[in-house]
Each structure stands twice: as C-alpha cells, then as structure tokens.
Design a binder for this molecule. Sequence first.
Ligand code: PLP
Length: 405
Amino acid sequence: MALFERFAPLMHAHDAVKAAGTDPFGVRMDRVLSPTEAVIKGRRTLLAGTNNYLGLTFDSGCIAAARSAMETFGTGTTGSSIANGSYGGHRALERALAEFFDREHGMVFSTGYQANLGIISTVAGPKDYLIIDADCHASIYDACKLSSATVIRARHNDPADLDKRLQRLAEQPGDKVIVTEGIYSMLGDQAPLAEIAEVKRRHGAYLVVDEAHSLGVLGETGRGLAQAAGVEADVDFVVGTFSKSLGAVGGFCVSNHPDFEVLRIVCRPYMFTASLPPSVIASVRAALETVARRPDLRHRLWRNIGTLYDALERRGFLLGPQKGPVVAVRLPSPEMAIHLWQALLNAGVYVNLALPPATPSGEPLLRCSVCAAHTTEQLRHMVDVLTDIAYDAGLLEPQMRAAAG
Ligand SMILES: Cc1ncc(COP(=O)(O)O)c(C=O)c1O
C-alpha cells in the first residue's frame, strides 16, 4: 500500500474544496496591516477569524518590549527550559502568570497545544482516569493519547453525564481528572463550570480547565470562565495559550498544587522542546500587564460581540448558542459553507471555515472571531456582505435581508 493511501478520501475532499477557488486551509496573508486588516491575494481584507480578541498583536508596548528583548538576548534560546532555555524573562513571566491568576505556581510552554499535551498527559498516571468533555480541542485528545491513564469521554456540557461516569468509577482506586474548556473553540459555548465543579467536589476528583478562549475575555479581571463562574478554588490546573488574547504564541499552566514544580522534570512536552524566544516572552509579559491594566479592552470586545451576534441573529442566521468572542454561523451543508466562505473572501472578509469531522455534531460552520479593535462600521460591513451572499445563495429568506442591521 502506498504510504499515504489512507489519506486518499481526505485528499479528494480537499481537492474539491480547493476547486471552488482559494484553499481555505492554505490562506496566505501578503501583509498584515493591523489587528483587523490584512492584504490577502492583493486585496485589503477585513480579518474576522484570527482569535486576536483584544487586538494586542500591534500593541506598541508589546512590540517595544519584544524588540528590546530581542536586541538584548538574541533571537532564540536554542534550548529546552531544563537546559539553557530559561532566562530571567521566562521565570518572570511564570511569576506574573501565577500572580495574575492568584496561584502559587506557573509554568510556561512553547505552545498552548504543548501545555495541554504536557499537563494532561502527566497529571494522570497509569492507574488514573481522564474524563474529558467530548467537544474538547484536538490538543486535549492528543494529550489523552500520550497519557497512560484510562480515558473516558463525557457528553458535551452535561454535568449529569459526568456525574454518572464518575459514579461508575467510585470503587476504582485511581485518581479522577476532569478536563473541560472555558469557552469551546468551535461553537463558542461556555462550560457549565459551577455545576461541573459541584460534581468534581462530590467525587473528590481533580479539575483541569483550558481557558484558551476565555483568558482576557471572561471574569472580573480577565482570568477566564472559572473567575466568572466563581469557582476558581475548584480548578486545580488552569491551562491556557498566549496565541489568542495575548497576541503572541506559547502556553502556560498555573496551579496551587504543592508538588507542581515536579512537572518541570517529568513533563515531556515541557522538557524536550526549545523554550520560547525572549522577544515572545517579553511581549506576552507586556500583554498580560495590559490585560490587567486595561479592562476597557474587554468591555470593548463585549460591545463588539453584542454588535456582531445581534446583527447576524436579526438577519436570520443560525448561530452558536452563547455570545462570546467566537461567533459560529451554523450552515446546512459543507457545500454551502465552502461557497459562503469563498464569496466572503472574494468580497474582502476573512473568517474561518470549519468542516466536519472537525466540528461538533458534524455541522459545517463559518467561525467568526471578534476583536476589541474592530470598529462598529467594520462589523456592520461584514454582516451586510455576509447577508447579501447568503441571500444570493438561497440561505436566507428574502424578508430577512431588509431586517435592521
Ligand atoms: C481550546 C484550545 N486549547 C488549546 C489550543 C492550542 O493553542 P496554541 O495555538 O497556543 O497551540 C487551542 C488553539 O486553537 C484551543 O482552541
């Protein structure tokens, strides 16, 4: 059998998607003009699919900090955190993260993917159980593959199902570790964290929450869903990424677990990869300070979320169940999703195309992400363009076109 023959159905499906125009999974930005605009295929394009929730990618403080660190410390560490890759900035960021989350310990990883891979695969051992939400991100699924624990999938956002599964394990001696996300990355819905925390307490389990999409977005000081739900004390390990609200790349975990520091010498995705470049560390430190100092960014983001979600809903689009920085437009078929995505890009609007099996419940989605830096005019323009395209494609009822935007 030829080496990649098993991918033939996927390659054919990808060819069909590409035949419609631009490859949605291979978009190239010629230039990035700001957090909300780039040049794609020679055209000035509105960015509404970048996870740049607070618009910090062009923050002057972050850029100055990164530039200065690069000039002082060079372009990269060229080594792992446990060898030559821990500089003063790395430790300072870990302390800053711990302080931001009001935790004892913090640990920085090279990506959010690796943070999940490392923490989830290491906290649960061979006699333990990982109980993950079915809609968890690929990094959490991959962590389960790397782990020696028994993995159980609980129904999405269903504390009763979680409770039932933990009840079945009641007589088993191993530790039970529940894994959820704060805001789910595809549909933008939030975990019912207060109820999950209640189940966790009842069964004496541990709780890991991936706040990738909720850091800087939810909670009084931007700590995420656990803060917003008032259950931070029940979350044993907070995992997150620097690649969304913090506008850079990297991942982290914070915790109060007394033996947390042992992870530095047992957690393979931390130990066996190079640490982040000093410039990235410096820009993330500046971004974290900005999140703490500027709640107005979060407030602006939420105003923009309301503007986009309400306008799309009024026009008759079927959306994800909850308002948040991820606004998912649910579509009836992959063909419709691909057509709308291509037409949007041709009209100068970039969003993410998400196709089954990478989406929950097999639904094709246009995944839009909102940025604090979007102007109301940009969001209204995007809604108008999408409405026109959806109307022409027969997705929306004619009377919806005229609905107030
Ligand atoms: C929920 C969730 N966790 C983790 C990650 C991985 O983050 P990173 O891009 O830093 O690897 C993502 C990325 O999309 C995500 O959506």
